[in-house]
Every structure is written in C-alpha cells, then in structure tokens.
Design a protein around this ligand. Structure first.
Ligand code: XLS
Ligand code: NI
Ligand code: NI
Length: 442
C-alpha cells in the first residue's frame, strides 16, 4: 500500500494543553479516565467516509478543488474504490479514531443494475472487513444512500411510485446486512428526500404511512438476521426537500408513537440539523433522553449566518459542553458515538488539512467532556434545579400531581392564598458557572 498522508508519519499523540505542535492532541487523551471511564470509551469518535474521502470539494458553482486522486471520470471505479479505502484506513489509524461510518454508495461504485451494485458492494465489504481486522478500527454505523440517484427525486420510502420503494428496500436490506456483517453498533436512516416541495402534488398521509411501513420492515429484517444494534433516524428539518418529515427530535418522537415504533427506533442527532430546526443542540439531546429515544450524535457545527447544512467541524467548546452535559446526565452515549459528519472548507486542499480538522474537532469534544464532567461532579446545577422545583415535592405539588386536586379545589385555595413569592432564575450566574467549568477543565 502506498502511503498517501506522507506528511504525517506516525500516529497523532496526546501532548497536553501546553503543546504547540499542530499535529498533536491537546485535550483528547484516549486512555485518561474521566468520570470512571476512558475518554475514548466516552466519546466513541467516528470518521465519516463521505465527507472525508468521497467529496473532492465540488459545489454547485464549481468542480472539485481537492487532491483526491481516486475520484473522477479517469479512474476505474472499482480500483478507485479500493484505493480510497486504503487511504481512509491509513487516515483512521494515524488519527487514532476508533470508529468509522459509511453509506453503501460511498464504499462501492453503483453498477448498471441492482444486481451489479449488490455484487460491487459485497466485494468492497470484503475489503473493508480486511482493513478493519488489520487496523482494529470498528464500525459505528452503516447506512444506505437513498437520495443521490435520480430515481429518488421524490423520495425513497415516501415516493409516489411503489417501484421506487422497492429499490430503496433492496438497498436498505443489503446495507443493513453488511452493517451487521461488519459488526456495526448502529444502523442509520437519514430521510434524505423523505419530504416534499409542494403540497399541490403531495399526499402527506400516504407518505407517512409508507415511511412507517418501511421502518417496520427494517425492524422485521433486523430481527430476522439477528442484528442487535440500534436503528436510528436522523432528524433534519429541510434540505434537500423544502419540508422533511423527520423535522426534529420531537417530531420524530410523535411519529414513532403514532406508528407503534417506540422502543425500536432511536435518533441520531446532528448538531447542525438541530440549529437548522431552530433548536439548540443541547435541547435536542435533552428532548431525546426525555422521550427515551436518544441514540447517537453527528458532531458538527453550523454557521451563525448561513441557513444550510454547512457541516463544519465542531469548534465551540461552550456549545458542545452544554450538549455533553445533557449526554452525561442522560447516562452517556451508550452504543452511539460522536461521528464527525463534517467536511473541510473547499480551499483546504493540503492533504494534512483533514488531520487538522479532526484533531480540532476531537479536542473540542474532549475539552467539552472534561467541562461537562466537572459540572456533573460539582453537582451545583442539579442542586439549584431541585431547589427551584422544591414545591412540587412538598404536599401541595404532590397532591396536584397525584390527581387529588381539581380546578375548583385550587380556586378555593387561591382565594385565601398569599401572592406566590418569586425567586431569581439566576441565568447569568449559571452561565458563569459553566464558563468556570470550561476554564478549569484540565
Ligand atoms: C445530511 C446528513 C447525512 C447523514 C447520513 O445532512 O447529515 O450525512 O448523516 O446519511
Ligand atoms: Ni447533515
Ligand atoms: Ni448527519
């Protein structure tokens, strides 16, 4: 195998916050124990294959800018796919990422027929199994790309034509089987085009029924092949469709309840998608734990001024600390992980830019973990929250919640009661407390 990332000769090491070495970790120290667990086991980092190895920097205004010699019309598709995979595993190993994630069409070229595509995928899965065995890198999740091929222009499971549903079913069936074969911990479904552009040509009742039936088929197949990983839906409010059915965590929760899928399907929350849906990342995490559907995270970031999925690498320790705090409070990532569904900027064309991006992302998340763990350890926030709701644990609150009161019994009480005493919400003081945890995290 010819080395591709020649300017990075060995594995990226942890050198600590004082280090000035740009190709070293300053916060991510895989073996360090934080809140009883190794950092690596808390964070479960994964590199996403599509942004890092399939995308060559093209955008709607211009061609690829990046040095990805396995992409393009001059390359034999299968040889290109094999070279791409060698380079990807060289990267995972040098970075020290424990996991990777892929779509079926990322790792194998699409053939002229469904049968040919399936054969090509099987061949590349064999390759992947070899690389995983050799390097020890594991699979966080697999998924099917049921949005790029023109046949999916009006959706996959939600397409008006059942023949398109058939094609999507075939792809997901196979992608689920290969995810199982490669020992994946999760299988993700991002509803790339499961939504609509205009109600004038759309029957949303039918489309949601179709999507629900599709998910039940996924669950049935998961059982029949003995896959015990989590099935995850990835909420996103729009893009590419104007309206997408998996708008945000709470919309997905309602959908799962309506179609009897609770307990079977969880969510893969993407930070940038949370922002696009008008929520904070930590809100989406808290909503998922509250609903009992938390699954995994796509760790990336949006842009304050751009209203689309820009997929930057995470840079804000404050934003991620609030999210990590909710994750730790909820019991941790479990079988999920932190997948860098993030891409370089189009002008970042040096080969080692991919290292700088991931090192920065991993350090941001590691520092956020430390800050969140110290918030948990200090236990000031839960004490303040508990104090704020104290009345609900006392006689009156307990009696209301137990159903012992009615509107009229409370009216009678109100007529003789003193005006309730207001107390401060202390938001600024609490924000300072978070800032101190970030400063002190070492
Ligand atoms: C797109 C999604 C996609 C999923 C996997 O916005 O984030 O990359 O994570 O299909
Ligand atoms: Ni996204
Ligand atoms: Ni994503």
């Amino acid at each position: 195998m010819t080395e591709f990332f020649t300017s990075v000769s060995s594995r990226i090491a942890y050198e600590g916050p004082e280090s000035d070495n740009p190709l070293a970790f300053r916060w991510y120290d895989a073996d360090r124990i934080v809140a009883g667990k190794r950092m690596e086991d808390h964070l479960r980092f994964a590199v996403s294959y599509w942004h890092s190895f399939c995308w060559d920097g093209y955008d709607i205004f211009g061609a690829g800018t990046m040095d990805r010699p396995w992409v393009g019309p001059h390359v034999d598709p299968l040889n290109g796919a094999k070279r791409k995979m060698e380079v990807a595993f060289e990267f995972f190993e040098k970075l020290g990422a424990p996991f990777w994630c892929f779509h079926d069409r990322d790792i194998a070229p699409e053939g002229a027929t469904a049968r040919e595509s399936a054969r090509l995928l099987d061949e590349m899965v064999e390759e992947a199994a070899g690389h995983m065995e050799r390097t020890g890198v594991r699979l966080l999740w697999g998924t099917a790309n049921a949005f790029s091929n023109p046949r999916y222009q009006a959706g996959a499971a939600t397409n008006p034509d059942p023949e398109v549903f058939v094609q999507a079913a075939a792809q997901v069936c196979h992608a689920l089987e290969v995810t199982h074969k490669l020992g994946g911990d999760n299988y993700v479904l991002w509803g790339g085009r499961e939504g609509y552009e205009t109600l004038l040509n759309t029957d949303i009742d039918r489309e949601q029924e179709q999507l629900a039936r599709f998910l039940h088929m996924v669950i049935e197949h998961k059982r029949s092949i003995g896959f015990d990983g989590q099935i995850l839906l990835e909420p996103k409010p729009f893009e590419p469709m104007k309206h997408q059915y998996d708008h945000d965590v709470s919309t997905v929760h309602a959908f799962l309840q309506r179609f009897d899928l609770m307990g079977e399907v969880h969510v893969n929350i993407e930070v940038n998608h949370a922002t696009l849906s008008g929520h904070d990342f930590d809100h989406e995490v808290a909503a998922a734990f509250s609903a009992g559907i938390f699954g995994s995270i796509d760790a990336n970031a949006g842009d304050d001024r751009l209203g689309w999925d820009v997929d930057r690498f995470p840079v804000s320790v404050e934003q991620m600390t609030l999210g990590m705090y909710e994750i730790l409070k909820g019991g941790g990532l479990g079988r999920g992980g932190l997948n860098f569904d993030a891409k370089l900027r189009r002008q970042s064309i040096a080969r080692d830019d991919l290292f700088h991006a991931h090192i920065g992302g991993m350090d941001t998340m590691a520092r956020s973990l430390l800050a969140a763990a110290s918030l948990i350890e200090q236990a000031e926030l839960p004490a303040i929250v508990a104090e704020r709701y104290r009345g609900w644990d006392a006689d009156l609150g307990a009696s209301i919640l137990a159903g012992n009161e009615s509107l009229s019994s409370l009216r009678d009480r109100a007529l003789d009661a003193a005006e309730p005493v207001r107390i401060s919400g202390r938001q600024e003081a609490l924000e300072n407390l978070v800032a101190r945890s970030v400063e002190r995290a070492r």
